[in-house]
Design a protein around this ligand. Structure first.
Ligand SMILES: C[S@@+](CC[C@H](N)C(=O)[O-])C[C@H]1O[C@@H](n2cnc3c(N)ncnc32)[C@H](O)[C@@H]1O
Length: 187
């Protein structure tokens, strides 16, 4: 029998506990939320998530958190305005290459990786989004299939606190998606 569907949310913030919202809406799916940016205490989050029972929080770095999840066990990894950022210097290009390779390792075959970034200005240091061309190259180098980037639809800007924030500032957002290929079966 197949196990329960598993999703990993990277880079939630205390303003937007999306993993909890999705977990409440989709009880058939287990959610893991990994982020450094949880301002409320982790015990407050655990207390709230008890009510739903399918949402686990890991406070800390994406790579460290993903390391605790079994390889090949995750059906989807998603994120908004967090992956793809240099973010005060702790997410370098090398960091992202390692992160993308790890995400691929954690995904089950046929699994999806999807995240949003704002504007594709190349900013080499400080705060800013990585150029989406660089991100696409890195995802392909990591071994992802079907790597795509598309502009946000107007209605998508209301998705999270930060997609809305950048939308209000007139910055364009993009949705990046990539998949883990299913093995080909020789008949
Ligand atoms: C700009 S906020 C986006 C929050 C929310 N997803 C939204 O769209 O409103 C980015 C979040 O990702 C977290 N973050 C960024 N890089 C991270 C990393 N390498 N490991 C863990 N958390 C990280 C930050 O601490 C912050 O909470």
């Amino acid at each position: 029998m197949m196990g329960k569907y598993k999703m990993v949310h990277l880079g939630d913030s205390s303003r937007d506990d999306k993993a909890f919202q999705y977990a409440s809406r989709f009880p058939q799916i287990d959610f893991y939320s990994i982020s450094k940016g949880i301002n409320e205490s982790i015990s407050q989050r655990h207390a709230r998530s008890k009510g739903v029972g399918n949402c686990a929080y890991m406070e800390g770095d994406f790579i460290e958190g993903l390391g605790k999840i079994p390889d090949g066990s995750v059906n989807g990894v998603y994120s908004n305005m967090a992956v793809g950022y240099y973010n005060n210097g702790f997410n370098s290009g090398d960091y992202h290459q390692r992160l993308f390779e790890l995400v691929l390792k954690k995904l089950a075959s046929g699994g999806k990786f999807s995240f949003s970034i704002h504007e594709d200005n190349a900013v080499s240091n400080g705060n800013g989004a990585m150029n989406k061309k660089i991100i696409i190259e890195m995802l392909k180098n990591a071994g992802f299939d079907g790597v795509e980037a598309r502009p946000f639809h107007e209605a998508e800007y209301g998705r999270t606190y930060w997609t809305d924030f950048y939308g209000q500032k007139g910055k364009k957002a993009f949705q990046i998606s990539a998949g883990k290929a299913r093995p080909t079966v020789q008949l």
